[in-house]
Design a protein around this ligand. Structure first.
Ligand code: PHE
Length: 454
C-alpha cells in the first residue's frame, strides 16, 4: 500500500478548526458538566478549583502537547505510537485501553441518566420547582434496578452506531454545530444561576479558596479530574493527534483545547453551585448535583421547559462526542492488534463494556452495600481506579517517555512542524515535561497511596 492510500484510509481532519472542535468534543463532556461541579462541591469548592488550575498549568497543557505530538509523529493510535518509537513501551498504550474501557463502562451509565432526563424534559416531567421533588426524582432513577440499565444500553447503542461508521466526517461536522451551541447554552444558564437570590454564596464557595480545605484527597481528586476532563493519560489525544495533517502547528491546538475545556468546566460550576446555595441544596451531594440543581434553575426561567430540552440534548451530545473517543480507543486496539474487522470490534467491545457497566449502575441501588474498595461500590471504584490511578499513571509514563526516551528535541520539531518557537516557551515545556510533570504526579501518587493504607 502506498503511503497516500494509507493516509486516505485512516482519514484526516478536514480543517484545523475541525480538529480543535473534535478534540475539544472529546475533552468537553460529562467530566465538565456533571463531574466538575460535584467534585468541586465535594472537595471544598475554591480549594479544589485552585488546585485544579495549578495542576492544569503544570501538567495539563504540557501533556496535551505531548500526546498530540506523539500521535501526529507516529500517525498511529496509542499502542502503535509507543511501539513505533520503543517496542518495549507498547504496554503503556495498553494501560490506556484498560482505562478507556473502565471509564466508558460507568460513563455510559451516566449517559443513560442524561437520556432519561432528556425524555423527562420532553414530557414536561422536569417542570418542577420544588427542589425536594427534583432530588427524590433523581434518587429514584439511579437507584432503580432496570430503568437506568435500559438507558445505559441505549446510550451504548448510540455509540456503536457512530463508531461503526468511522469517525472523521460525522464527528467533525456535528461537533462544529453542537459545541458552539453548548457553549452559548451554558453561558445562559450561568447567567441565570448567578442572578438568583442568594447566589453570591455559591460564587464565594467556588472561587474563594479555603486553604485549610486542601488535603491529599483534594489534590488527588483534582489531579484525576484534570486528566479525566482533558481526556489525557490514556492515549485518546494520541489517537486524535494521529489524524492531524503535518502543517498544523500543534502548540496552538494544545493551548486552545485545555482553555476551552476549563472554560466550560468553570461555566458549569458557575451554572450549578450558586443555584445549589440559592435553592438550599447540599454542595457535597455528589453525582446528582447537575441533575437536581439545573432543572431547578430551569424552573426559574421563562421558557424553562424548552431550555431544559435543549440543554439535555446538548449534554447528551457532549457526552457522546466524549464516549465515542473512549470507545474508539478500545476498538482501535482490537482492530490493530487482534485484526478484527471494525464492525465486529465495535459491537463486541461495546457489549462487554455494557456488561461491565451494569454493576456500576446497580451499585447505586440494590447493590449499594457491596464495597469493592473501602467505602466505594462498583461505580466509585471504577471511577477511582480509572481517573485517580490509571490516567495519572499513564500521564506519568508519558512524561518519562516523551521527556527522556523519544526526546524533547524530536517532540518540539514535530510540534512546530520544524518551525521556530520562542526559546523560552520551548525550554519551559522541556522543563515541565522532564521534571515537573513526573515529580508532581509522582508525589501525589505516593502520598495518596500512603493515605490509602494508613
Ligand atoms: N474528557 C471526557 C469528559 O470530560 C471524558 C474522557 C476521558 C474522554 C478520557 C476520553 C478520554 O467527559
Amino acid at each position: 500500500m502506498t503511503s497516500l492510500n494509507k493516509e486516505q484510509e485512516r482519514g484526516q481532519w478536514g480543517s484545523k478548526i475541525g480538529f480543535i472542535l473534535a478534540a475539544a468534543g472529546s475533552a468537553v463532556g460529562l467530566g465538565n458538566l456533571w463531574k466538575f461541579p460535584y467534585m468541586a462541591g465535594k472537595n471544598g469548592g475554591g480549594a479544589f478549583v485552585l488546585v485544579y488550575i495549578i495542576i492544569l498549568f503544570l501538567v495539563g497543557f504540557t501533556l496535551m502537547l505531548a500526546e498530540i505530538t506523539l500521535g501526529r509523529h507516529t500517525q498511529l493510535s496509542a499502542i502503535g505510537a509507543y511501539r513505533k518509537i520503543r517496542e518495549k513501551w507498547a504496554w503503556v498504550g495498553g494501560l490506556g485501553v484498560i482505562a478507556g474501557f473502565l471509564i466508558l463502562s460507568f460513563y455510559s451509565v451516566v449517559g443513560g441518566w442524561v437520556l432519561s432526563y432528556l425524555f423527562k424534559a420532553l414530557t414536561g416531567a422536569l417542570h418542577e420547582s420544588n427542589p425536594e421533588v427534583l432530588g427524590s426524582m433523581f434518587g429514584q432513577l439511579i437507584s432503580s434496578t432496570t430503568t437506568p440499565i435500559i438507558f445505559h444500553a441505549i446510550f451504548m447503542a448510540l455509540n456503536i452506531i457512530i463508531v461503526f461508521g468511522g469517525i472523521s466526517g460525522g464527528i467533525e461536522k456535528a461537533s462544529k454545530i453542537m459545541m458552539p451551541a453548548l457553549f452559548i447554552m451554558i453561558i445562559l444558564l450561568a447567567v441565570r444561576s448567578v442572578t438568583l437570590p442568594g447566589a453570591a454564596e455559591g460564587l464565594k464557595f467556588l472561587f474563594v479558596p479555603k486553604f485549610s480545605a486542601i488535603s491529599t484527597s483534594v489534590v488527588l481528586d483534582a489531579l484525576g479530574q484534570v486528566f479525566f476532563s482533558l481526556s489525557l493519560g490514556m492515549g485518546c489525544m494520541i489517537t486524535y493527534g494521529s489524524y492531524i495533517d503535518k502543517d498544523t502547528n500543534l502548540i496552538q491546538s494544545a493551548t486552545a483545547i485545555p482553555l476551552i475545556d476549563t472554560g466550560v468546566a468553570l461555566l458549569a460550576g458557575i451554572a450549578t453551585l450558586p443555584a445549589v446555595f440559592a435553592f438550599g441544596f447540599e454542595p457535597a451531594a455528589g453525582p446528582g448535583l447537575m441533575f437536581v440543581t439545573l432543572p431547578a434553575v430551569f424552573s426559574q426561567m421563562p421558557l424553562g421547559g424548552l431550555f431544559a430540552v435543549i440543554f439535555f440534548l446538548l449534554v447528551l451530545f457532549a457526552a457522546l462526542t466524549s464516549s465515542i473517543s473512549l470507545l474508539e480507543v478500545c476498538v482501535a486496539y482490537v482492530v490493530d492488534e487482534w485484526k478484527w474487522n471494525r464492525g465486529k470490534a465495535t459491537t463486541i467491545m461495546a457489549l462487554i463494556i455494557f456488561l461491565v457497566g451494569i454493576p456500576a449502575s446497580l451499585s447505586l441501588g440494590p447493590w449499594a452495600n457491596i464495597h469493592i474498595l473501602p467505602g466505594r461500590g462498583f461505580f466509585d471504584t471504577y471511577d477511582f481506579i480509572a481517573s485517580n490511578v490509571l490516567l495519572p499513571l499513564g500521564g506519568l509514563l508519558l512524561c518519562i517517555f516523551v521527556g527522556w526516551i523519544w526526546g524533547t528535541e524530536n517532540a518540539i520539531k514535530e510540534a512546530t512542524s520544524d518551525g521556530k518557537v520562542p526559546f523560552s516557551l520551548a525550554s519551559a515545556w522541556v522543563f515541565l515535561i522532564k521534571y515537573v510533570g513526573p515529580l508532581a504526579i509522582g508525589i501525589v501518587f505516593v502520598r495518596s497511596f500512603m493515605a490509602l493504607f494508613s
